[in-house]
Design a protein around this ligand. Structure first.
Ligand code: NDP
Length: 249
């Protein structure tokens, strides 16, 4: 049974990595998908086709999550092509590795804006649709570092911590409207982001530190997010839910 049939999910950063894993998982459950991307249009088309092959409607939507006007236009496109969204997922993200003393104003703005301002824009434009239906799901992709802090990733950790706070506070505000809000905090997931940060040897060494002995996959994050979107997860809200192979407990 396709439990999300007739629903529309708007995913930022849906064209690759974890966002793409989430898109496919939601398409398997019958949701229509607006696949957000910033630059890699070809990759977005690929995920759109994969979703369509699963029998749902899917469109690519170009947006820079930092940009208010671009996000407004993206929202109009989602609404026009797929109808009002009922699921909002913020997966767009960038990493910023380096010592704190080497971080500049530009680094600060870029990291905070993609993660925190991007979430603010997504929710600001998408929320009225959820409030109208008196139901819906908001899921923000956080990180293990948002809770434990990651050395040489201070700005990234701060941004993810902010998303955790946003999810918890918003969950309280929106609970009476039947809307759940959660943060999902992955550990080390094998995507382009991780490939940019660590060599193959470093990934191998990192895997040894993880109790499961391996990195996670985008599909594994996707199935958690899909579960949170199902009606049976309707009592889970205001949580930071970890998916990290036991790396942080
Ligand atoms: P990837 O680097 O594989 O993908 C990043 C995605 O974000 C792409 O879809 C990219 O679009 C999009 N994006 C980046 N900047 C912008 C922007 N300004 N506007 C719109 N879209 C943008 O990352 P992951 O899939 O690994 O990460 C997904 C989320 O999960 C991120 O929030 C990340 O912080 C978090 N996470 C990842 C972990 C990991 O180990 N991989 C661990 C913990 C958290 P485009 O392709 O068009 O550039």
């Amino acid at each position: 049974m396709k439990l999300l049939q007739g629903q529309t999910a708007w995913i930022t950063g849906g064209n690759r990595g974890i966002g793409a894993g989430i898109a496919i998982a939601l398409a398997e459950a019958g949701a229509n998908l607006a696949i957000g991307f910033r630059e890699q249009a070809e990759q977005a088309e690929k995920i759109v086709t994969m979703c369509q092959e699963l029998g749902v409607q899917a469109i690519p939507v170009q947006m820079d999550v930092k940009d208010f006007t671009a996000m407004h236009e993206a929202y109009q496109s989602v609404r026009f092509n797929l109808g009002e969204p009922s699921i909002l997922i913020h997966s767009a993200g960038i990493s910023q590795i380096g010592l704190f003393q080497d971080m500049t104003q530009q680094h600060y703005e870029e990291v905070m804006d993609v993660h925190v301002r991007g979430a603010f824009h997504l929710i600001q434009f998408g929320l009225p649709s959820l409030l109208k239906r008196k139901s819906g799901r908001i899921i923000l992709l956080s990180s293990i570092w948002g809770e434990t802090g990651g050395a040489e990733e201070v700005l990234y950790s701060a941004a993810k911590g902010a998303l955790n706070g946003m999810a918890k506070a918003l969950a309280k505000e929106l609970a009476p409207s039947g809307i759940t809000v959660n943060a999902v905090a992955p550990g080390a997931i094998h995507t382009q982001m991780l490939n940019q940060q660590l060599t193959k040897d470093e990934q191998y060494e990192l895997a040894k530190e993880i109790p499961m002995g391996r990195l996670g996959t985008a599909e594994e994050v996707g199935s958690l997010v899909r579960y949170l979107c199902l009606p049976e997860a309707g009592y889970i809200t205001g949580q930071v839910i970890h998916v990290n192979g036991g790396w942080h407990t």
